[in-house]
Structures are given as structure tokens and as C-alpha cells.
Design a binder for this molecule. Structure first.
Ligand code: NAD
Length: 260
């Protein structure tokens, strides 16, 4: 299917690997020119090379911390903030016990997983409105819908972003701009593997066996693949998805039990 977005310009944040990179690649496969970013120059250059040689689109690789104002300025610079598609993403806050979290821990989480995305939306949305076309996808977490206590920092910050976007999505729809959340369940990325390695070590069991067992026990009998996530993200950014707005799509293989 032609997604109808060839020639559009996108900023995909936190995208040297994992879900961000998969989303960037899926957009590039549909002819979208990109800015991608992550903190390490080597990693983001390598991802950009891979996407360029696989698709032939223009890829600007920016080494920056997207959670800082300077980082966001650098990430917006290649397209002079005139982007058609914004995919918000950043590393998630660490797990823990809420009794241990200080005010600084909360500020860092809210900054990284709520205010960063809001700032990028603020910097780009009026241009989208003027051009009468725009797509914003926030990569958040299944924990927004089905919270996990040890991920309290993530639950709180991401719920804040979701609430903010629920309001503005209704304001911009008439100008051809949509804002949606894409909520990952467990996807086989370095982050998931890293978290499970810690759990396996704590349980004193072999990581590969632990990982395979958890995948097999999942409702879908496996973890999600980054490609499945990226292709779904690209569809939400497509011409065909113009009437999907203000939604939060849970991608967890059906693990969350609800009728609707
Ligand atoms: P990942 O660790 O595989 O990749 C994260 C990417 O973000 C990397 O490219 C990293 O360099 C980049 N990054 C991190 N912090 C950054 C920053 N401050 N500035 C610029 N780049 C930064 O992680 P992932 O699994 O792709 O997860 C992406 C997001 O989705 C995270 O917020 C994570 O919490 C959330 N999430 C993931 C899962 C999952 O199962 N993978 C589930 C729920 C939520």
C-alpha cells in the first residue's frame, strides 16, 4: 500500500535503535525524508547510513540529547522546524519504588517524557496548521493504559503528555493535523532485553531461557518486533490515517484484557 507521504519531512526522536529507529525506517521506506537523533554520534550516523542505503531518502543524523532545549534546537535545525511528521520518543525513566523518588527524579521524568514532547509540538505544530497537513505520534507506553507500579515515573509523566494531547488534538483536526499516541507493550529491543537481564540476574537464572520463557508466556506467545511497531507508526503518519485523531493505540499483542 502506498502511504501517500512520499516527499514529506519527519523528525523521529531517539532513533538510533529500537522503536524510534524502526519508525524512522518505515517512514523512509515510504519516501519520507528524515531527521533522526540520539546522544551518541557514532550510533546515530550508523543508523542514518543504514536507512539511507536501504531507502535512498535524505537522512540528517543529529547527535543530541532530545530532553534538553539545546538538543531540541539541534534536532529541529536541519528542516528549520518545518516538518510534516513528528514522532516523539525518548528513553524511559528507570523503575523503582516511589518512596525513593526525589523531586529531582520526578522533574527529570516529566522533563524527558512529557515536556520534551510538548516543546517539540509547540515548535512545529503551527507550521503544520499553516500547511494544512501534519502528523504527530507520541511513542509512550502500554503503562499509560495499564500502569505498572514500579514504573511510576513513566506512568505519571506519560499520562501527563497523553492528557495534554487529548485536548489539543481536537483543536487542530480541522487543519489536517492529527495527534495520536502509540503505546508499546513488550517489544524485542535493547531496552526490553536490558530490563529482563536485570530481572534474570535477580532471579539467578539464565537470561536467554528467562527471555524466551517470558515471550512464550505472553498472550501472543512472543514479544512484538520493532518492525511491526515501525510500520504501524508509519501508517498513523500516512495520508490514509487522516481521520484517526486523539487516539491512543495499544500495541501489546492483546495482553491487556478489555472489551473495547
Ligand atoms: P531502546 O533503548 O532500544 O532505544 C532507545 C533509543 O532512544 C536509542 O536510540 C537511544 O540512543 C535513544 N535515546 C534515549 N534517550 C535519549 C535522549 N535523551 N536523547 C536522544 N536520544 C535518546 O528503547 P526502545 O525499546 O526503543 O524504547 C523506546 C521508548 O518506548 C522508551 O521510552 C521506552 O520506555 C518505551 N517503551 C518501550 C517498550 C519496549 O518493550 N521496548 C515498552 C514500553 C515502553
Amino acid at each position: 500500500m502506498d502511504l501517500g507521504i512520499k516527499g514529506k519531512k519527519a523528525l523521529v526522536c531517539a532513533s538510533s535503535k529500537g522503536l524510534g529507529k524502526a519508525s524512522a525506517l518505515a517512514l523512509a521506506q515510504n519516501g519520507v525524508d528524515l531527521t533522526i537523533c540520539s546522544r551518541t554520534p557514532e550510533a546515530i550516523e550508523a543508523a542514518a547510513d543504514e536507512i539511507r542505503s536501504a531507502t535512498g531518502v535524505t537522512v540528517h543524523a543529529v547527535a543530541c540529547d532530545i530532553t534538553t532545549p539545546e538538543g531540541r534546537e539541534k534536532a529541529l535545525a536541519p528542516f528549520d522546524a518545518k516538518i510534516d511528521i513528528l514522532v516523539n520518543n525518548a528513553g524511559g525513566p528507570p523503575p523503582g519504588n516511589f518512596r525513593d523518588w526525589t523531586r529531582d527524579d520526578w522533574i527529570k521524568a516529566v522533563d524527558g517524557n512529557m515536556l520534551t514532547a510538548i516543546d517539540l509540538i509547540k515548535a512545529t505544530i503551527d507550521g503544520m496548521i499553516e500547511r494544512k497537513w501534519g502528523r504527530i505520534v507520541n511513542i509512550t507506553s502500554g503503562a499509560v493504559k495499564s500502569p505498572i507500579a514500579i514504573l511510576g515515573l513513566s506512568n505519571g509523566a506519560r499520562a501527563g503528555l497523553t492528557g495534554f494531547c487529548a485536548g489539543i488534538a481536537r483543536e487542530v483536526a480541522k487543519d489536517g493535523v492529527t495527534i495520536n499516541g502509540l503505546l508499546p507493550g513488550p517489544f524485542d529491543t535493547d531496552r526490553l532485553r536490558g530490563n529482563m537481564k536485570i530481572q534474570a540476574e535477580k532471579a539467578g537464572v539464565d537470561f536467554e531461557t528467562f527471555f524466551a520463557q517470558h515471550g512464550a508466556e505472553h498472550t501472543a506467545g512472543r514479544f512484538g518486533t520493532p518492525d511491526e511497531f515501525g510500520q504501524t507508526c508509519a501508517f498513523l503518519c500516512s495520508a490514509h490515517a487522516g481521520y484517526i485523531n486523539g487516539q491512543n493505540l495499544l500495541m501489546d499483542g492483546g495482553a491487556f484484557r478489555s472489551t473495547l
